[in-house]
Design a protein around this ligand. Structure first.
Ligand code: GCU
Length: 123
């Protein structure tokens, strides 16, 4: 995989399942969040140096409801992508420490999160 890519199916998942029934994902699948507030996917990301980093989340949302999530303290919109097979990215700048960083993406609505494919840190 490209440098800095962390597949959701390899992350820590709380209330969600790995699935592969909607094409277009990277790796071996994606995470289908349970339709519940507080369900999350947690990545452990390694950064070479401390400082702000561009973090990209690839997702699909086949509904018309915004599946807003809290990503490491920042609330982000994950609006509908038109189909569960249509994947888009959402980018946020997050402050990272040198070494290990835990980045949790938590659903803030009872619909749960979107289907999540990966998190990528710009090298
Ligand atoms: C459908 C879809 C899933 C999705 C779910 C949801 O069941 O097939 O991939 O996760 O809706 O609403 O979260």
């Amino acid at each position: 995989p490209p440098q800095g890519r962390y597949e959701a199916e390899n992350a820590v998942i709380s209330r969600g399942v790995v699935e592969s029934n909607h094409a277009g994902y990277s790796g071996t699948g994606f995470v289908n969040y349970d339709n519940a507030t507080g369900s999350y996917v947690e990545f452990t990301v390694t950064a070479a140096a401390a400082g702000p980093a561009r973090v990209r989340l690839r997702y699909a949302n086949g509904t018309t409801a915004n599946r807003r999530m809290n990503v490491a303290g920042t609330v982000l919109d994950f609006p509908g992508t038109g189909a569960w097979t249509t994947w888009q990215t959402k980018t946020v700048t997050l402050p990272l420490n040198a070494g290990s960083n835990v980045i949790r993406a938590t659903a803030t609505t009872s619909n749960g999160g979107p289907n999540l494919d990966y998190l990528e840190v710009a090298p």
